[in-house]
Ligand binder design. Structure first.
Ligand SMILES: *Cc1c(COP(=O)(O)O)cnc(C)c1O
Length: 413
């Protein structure tokens, strides 16, 4: 079999492998016919998908542009340089590494660049929204480092800044990590920098969630404050599934070596090209407007849920992310998620600060990409409440979801 040119269309797959083509079409149908409220998800553009499905996927490229361990890298070098240039100018960073395969790989590389096994690290505890890479015993981080968790205020759900300072002073960590999978408010990066300086610690910002908002100007940037910023490219940022690291020039070489050769092998050039496309899109006024709409939508969703009786963590949101306890509606998070899934409303459970039961975590990045606005958020809040309470049966809820999403196809045509 000879492959002389890239498969351009779904037709190629349909002809050669109808079994898999059907699975892909089934997933496209699922994404288009149900409501995507998972806070970490988005719909990347057809241009990003085109780069991902390109022959750059064939290229082996260990090393960095101009210094590769493989031949034939002269074209992909241009792609990676473009991605790096676009990332540094988008975020005002001195250096960007765009090779990290994922958000977790970016965090692993940041630790590898700055820490040694056994070092003490201060990070938001997992019950309050810390990521697995922030010290979970099931993750390398919890096994190889001595994590000290900080938490949030029991009443307000806001990060307990005095506790952060007190723990930093008593434990003298080598690094402080700020960043979360569920915290709906802006982080006070200047505060974390101040505490890090007080105890001589590195500051690592894990901005996997808000980095897209940062790109559009809808959230404060950690870049001026953190020694290393870790991020994903596939959440609000709307690029391909992958990671990214930003830092100052003094740490550039350590960070690059921590990614390759320390924790990764060959760079995924198709993904890096797709990251370049996404950074280009994120630098446009249209993307800035998008990020502000994402936040406006999340605020309306949070207010709508509060109005329906959910307990919204921190009383609202500054970001794309809302966490809510459905307990006042008579169900726990797991039951609620199950009812919602049956009705075509796709979202996650999350830990709730100071509660034994799970809550719901939602985000507005995907629905806003589809073009939904504040009116639709009010409709979604009412729909969620009806389904969670059990008042709306799943068949009629599915019909309403269908009615809602039919007007906002993520991939028209
Ligand atoms: C999403 C996320 C990650 C991990 O990203 P993956 O690409 O799934 O590995 C790490 N840290 C935080 C804070 C995240 O939100």
């Amino acid at each position: 079999m000879s492959v002389t040119h890239a498969p351009q269309t779904a037709d190629v797959l349909a002809r050669q492998d109808p079994e898999l083509a059907e699975i892909l079409l089934g997933e496209l149908d699922r994404q288009s016919s149900t409501l995507q409220l998972i806070a970490a998800e988005n719909f990347c553009s057809p241009a990003v998908l085109a780069a991902l499905g390109s022959p750059l996927a064939n290229k082996y490229a260990e090393g960095y542009p101009g210094a590769r361990h493989h031949g034939g890298c002269e074209i992909v070098d241009v792609a990676e340089r473009l991605a790096v240039d676009r990332a540094t100018s988008l975020f005002g960073a001195e250096h960007a590494n765009v090779q990290a395969h994922s958000g977790s790989s970016a965090v692993l590389a940041a630790y590898a660049a700055l820490l040694r096994p056994g070092d003490t690290v201060l990070a938001l505890g997992l019950p309050y929204g810390g990521h697995l890479t922030h010290g979970s015993p099931a993750n390398f981080s919890g096994r190889w480092f001595d994590f000290v968790p900080y938490g949030v205020d029991a009443e307000t759900g806001i990060i307990d800044h005095e506790q952060v300072r007190a723990l930093a002073l008593s434990h003298r960590p080598k690094a402080i990590v700020c960043g979360s999978i569920a915290y709906p408010r802006h982080l006070d990066y200047a505060f974390f920098r101040e505490v890090a300086d007080e105890v001589g610690a590195y500051l690592i910002a894990d901005a996997a969630h808000p980095i897209g908002l940062v790109a559009g100007g809808a959230a404060p940037s950690p870049v001026p404050y953190a020694d290393i910023v870790c991020a994903t490219t596939h959440k609000v940022l709307r690029g391909p599934r992958g990671g990214m690291i930003l830092c100052g020039s003094e740490l550039a070489e350590r960070v690059d070596r921590a990614v390759f050769p320390f924790t990764q092998g060959g760079a995924q050039m198709h993904t890096i090209a797709a990251k370049a496309v996404a950074f280009g899109e994120a630098a446009t006024p249209a993307f800035a407007a998008y990020t502000h709409q994402v936040v406006a939508n999340a605020r309306v969703l949070a207010a709508g849920l509060a109005g329906e009786g959910f307990v919204v963590t921190t009383g609202g949101t500054d970001t794309h992310l809302v966490t809510a306890d459905p307990a006042p509606l008579g169900v726990d998070g797991r039951t609620a998620r199950g009812r919602l899934a049956a009705a075509g409303l796709v979202l996650d459970c999350c830990a709730l600060p100071h509660a034994d039961t799970r809550g719901l975590r939602l985000g507005t990045a995907a629905v806003t990409t589809q073009g939904m606005g504040e009116k639709e958020m009010q409709r979604i809040a009412a729909l969620l409440a009806g389904v969670v309470r059990g008042g709306t049966d799943s068949a009629s809820a599915r019909e309403e979801v269908r009615d809602l999403v039919d007007g906002f196809p993520p991939y028209p045509g």
